[in-house]
Design a protein around this ligand. Structure first.
Ligand code: NAP
Length: 296
């Protein structure tokens, strides 16, 4: 069986078009949504993400506000900036790029963000809202993963879902979203016994581990939908000496022979993350004006 490849780039492009329409509607009513991104230090991967976020923010018609702070910035200074952004009426979304330097307490910074502007969905208030099914802003990567799932299977009710990984930013919110879709959800992690057997139960298998190509073909139930969240850079001698390439947490080529549908890496979940960040910013901008998001 050859799995359907779920094209995250195309789905993300479609979502950005809908966002741009929504932004144009708000702009016509006098408000251009604004997304503030705060980067502390010079982590190269974070710099790439922040550049890409800023470019796509502008492309959908929003205002991009960037704050680049020195790696040695004291925590109090960062917290003061977050407070100013909370109070700034031009700012609808605030994202503090993680990871932060070791001397800064990330949890304290996340908790300082106004939950109504927390477009990453990491604030405990938004995590609680997701867990209780009472709205709020949802973390972007799981939100994008769910959208991809629904392109191949709109109704997920009753399916067995296994999420490998229990981080606050991917695994746990992914599990909450799948519970809300009426799946029967198992969350696996590094202490799970016989992970291949657990994974084989899954009609929906989400891998969010950070271990290159860990999920093998014989972990996949025939016909399952496999969502590969992992982004790992590995050496690729076949491309030349010292060259690298990106792979996911799933052995994609082998798993695609068994799965019903699978997301590639790159080009699967990755493009959805920034698109969902923009979607959350539009949602936040509408909610702050008492409007329903046009994306619902
Ligand atoms: P994380 O915080 O490091 O969490 C990894 C999870 O995997 C943990 O729950 C850990 O279990 C579990 N794990 C580690 N080794 C395992 C093993 N051998 N067997 C079973 N479970 C194992 O990572 P994350 O932030 O959730 O990210 C996961 C992956 O997604 C990474 O590759 C990251 O780069 C990628 N990611 C991609 C996007 C995107 O836009 N596509 C966004 C975010 C993250 P314990 O809890 O027991 O330690």
């Amino acid at each position: 069986m050859a799995a359907t490849l779920i094209d995250g780039k195309a789905v993300a492009a479609g979502l950005r078009l809908r966002i741009a329409e929504g932004v144009a509607g708000l702009a016509a009513a006098g408000h251009v949504p604004g997304l503030a991104v705060v980067l502390v230090g010079e982590d190269p991967a974070s710099q790439v993400y922040v550049r890409s976020k800023a470019r796509q923010t502008v492309e959908v018609g929003m205002r991009s506000i960037e704050h680049r702070l020195d790696a040695a910035t004291p925590e109090a200074e960062l917290l003061a900036l977050v407070c100013r952004l909370n109070d700034d009426p031009q700012v609808d979304g605030i994202l503090v790029q993680l990871p932060l330097p070791a001397h800064i307490d990330s949890a304290r910074v996340i908790e300082a963000i106004d939950p109504a502007k927390d477009v990453d969905g990491f604030h405990p208030m938004n995590a609680g809202r997701l867990a209780t099914g009472t709205g709020g802003l949802v973390p972007c990567t799981p939100l994008g993963s769910l959208m991809l799932l629904k392109t191949v299977r709109p109704d997920l009710a009753g399916l067995e879902a296994v999420v490998v990984g229990r981080s606050n930013i991917v695994g746990k919110p992914m599990a909450q979203l799948l519970i809300a879709e009426s799946c029967t959800v198992t969350v696996a992690h590094s202490r799970t016994r016989d992970l291949p057997a657990v994974a084989r139960r899954a009609d929906i298998l989400v891998a969010a581990v950070g271990r290159p190509q860990m999920v093998k073909a014989d972990w996949v139930k025939p016909g399952a939908i496999v969502i590969d969240v992992g982004i790992n850079r590995i050496l690729a001698p076949e491309l030349g000496e010292g060259k690298t390439r990106l792979v996911g947490d799933v052995d994609t080529e082998a798993a695609a022979a068994v799965a019903g549908a699978i997301t590639p890496v790159p080009g699967g979940v990755g493009p959805m993350t920034i698109a969902c960040l923009l979607a959350n910013t539009l949602t936040a901008a509408c909610a702050r004006r008492g409007l329903r998001t046009p994306l619902a």
